[in-house]
Design a protein around this ligand. Structure first.
Ligand SMILES: NC(=O)c1ccc[n+]([C@@H]2O[C@H](COP(=O)([O-])OP(=O)(O)OC[C@H]3O[C@@H](n4cnc5c(N)ncnc54)[C@H](OP(=O)(O)O)[C@@H]3O)[C@@H](O)[C@H]2O)c1
Length: 157
């Protein structure tokens, strides 16, 4: 199963200069609890961004796939995916796709579930989730907090 997980504001904003445009402790906690020890897939930009947050500490995931077509990207802690479409089409694993924009765009057609944290206001930034039709998905879980909605969607048949 392919699961996409991200947080976005009301304008679909997800990033600012290769970082998150905000800091919501509750969302960081939710994200960590959801993907801890799970198999994750991300782009090399998001990987570098996360390494910046974790510094020398290991990332708290299980198997890590990093999408990169650049032969210079090497890291012994991860499995590099250079043909992302082929990988997504053929994998039988449960994989959490954790960003960023480019990787979400390629992975969205393969997604069975979406974990979206809706941030109920506008922030400043420069990277947006690609526009798509959320009506193709049905809500299977929704939890409200003061500034956020934690939603899980499943693809309609
Ligand atoms: N709000 C959220 O929930 C959230 C979550 C994650 C990330 N973000 C934000 O998103 C931003 C990063 O997004 P981004 O789009 O710039 O970077 P990204 O998706 O993390 O990585 C893009 C890289 O993926 C590789 N790639 C692209 N297409 C590929 C393909 N078809 N096959 C294999 N590899 C491929 C390329 O690497 P090569 O150049 O090496 O080929 C490309 O540079 C940051 O601001 C980050 O903070 C937000």
């Amino acid at each position: 199963m392919i699961i996409l997980i991200w947080a976005m504001d009301t304008n679909f904003l997800i990033g600012k200069d290769n970082k998150l445009p905000w800091r919501y402790k509750e969302d960081l906690k939710y994200f960590k609890a959801t993907v801890e020890n799970k198999t994750v897939l991300m782009g090399d930009m998001t990987y570098l961004s996360l390494k910046g947050y974790y510094k020398d500490k290991p990332l708290p995931y299980g198997k890590i796939y990093v999408a990169s077509k650049n032969n210079d990207f090497k890291d012994s802690n991860v499995t590099i995916i250079d043909n992302l479409e082929y990988f997504l089409k053929n994998t039988k694993e449960d994989i959490y796709v954790i960003g960023g924009r480019t990787i979400y765009q390629v992975a969205l057609p393969y997604a069975d579930r979406l974990y979206i944290t809706h941030i109920l206001k506008r922030h400043e930034g420069n990277i947006y989730f690609p526009k798509f039709d959320l009506n193709q998905y049905k809500v299977i879980q929704k939890r409200y907090s003061a500034e956020l909605i934690f939603s899980i969607y499943e693809k309609k048949d």
